[in-house]
Design a binder for this molecule. Structure first.
Ligand SMILES: [Cu+2]
Length: 223
């Protein structure tokens, strides 16, 4: 098990200190020196579990509605992979094959979108055929918790179509995860065969988003 934390703190004084602690390797490095004004502060903590048949491999995807990696269209929703240093492109999502995956989707989009096929409101391909909606009050919801009908703390096998913002769907794995508005979803699944698969969002959430790798589609590489 590897546990990796990074913390970058910025001060306006002439000291910049960066501490990188990789606890899984038992190593700690601290660098101090003169520096200029640091204009941003980034704090991320992720835990990635690998190489153990007993523990799930954890991956977190974030849905946000800003264009970061491809600015050919304005303000359409996109999936991102939460990496050790922040959000990364979802154009290629890497996972281990033959190992239980714990997929966490943090959705900051509070807009309902129609499904390309109504049947895509049903969960498929996950362990036990269900998803867990851990939370439905992510911070930038403009609707507020009282306007959202899918309550947190529920295990669901389907989501009402008027409460779906996006899906994470891999047709060739029969995997379909409907994602409610402004929610955090947890799903478990296993990719039994190594290979490259295409993932899609099956809601009509934007022509550019749906057709652009790294937004609402991309490849999933299981190895
Ligand atoms: Cu979508």
């Amino acid at each position: 098990m590897n546990s990796r934390s990074s913390l970058i703190g910025g001060l306006t004084v002439a000291v910049l200190a960066v501490a990188l602690i990789i606890s899984g390797y038992g190593a700690a490095i601290a660098i101090g020196g003169a520096g200029g004004k640091v204009v941003s502060t980034i704090t991320t903590t992720t835990t990635v579990t690998n190489s153990s048949s007993n523990s799930p491999y954890v991956i977190t995807l974030v849905i946000a509605t800003d264009s970061i990696f491809n600015v050919t269209a304005a303000d359409q929703p996109a999936y991102f992979v939460l990496g050790p240093n922040g959000l990364e492109s979802s154009a290629k999502i890497n996972l281990p094959a033959h190992q239980l995956i714990k997929l966490v989707i943090v959705n900051y989009d509070d807009g309902n979108a129609n499904l390309t096929s109504p049947a895509d409101n049903a969960v498929s391909g996950t362990t036990d055929g269900s998803i867990f909606v851990a939370s439905n009050d992510n911070i930038n919801s403009s609707q507020g918790a009282s306007a959202i009908n899918v309550k947190g703390g529920q295990t669901l096998t389907s989501v009402s179509t008027d409460q779906i913002a996006h899906t994470f769907t891999v047709p060739s794995l029969n995997l379909n995860i409907p994602v409610p508005l402004s929610s955090t979803v947890v799903a478990y699944f296993t990719v039994d065969k190594a290979g490259t698969y295409q993932w899609f969002c099956e809601t009509l959430c934007g022509d550019a988003a749906m057709s652009t790798a790294g937004w609402m589609t991309g490849s999933l590489v299981a190895s």
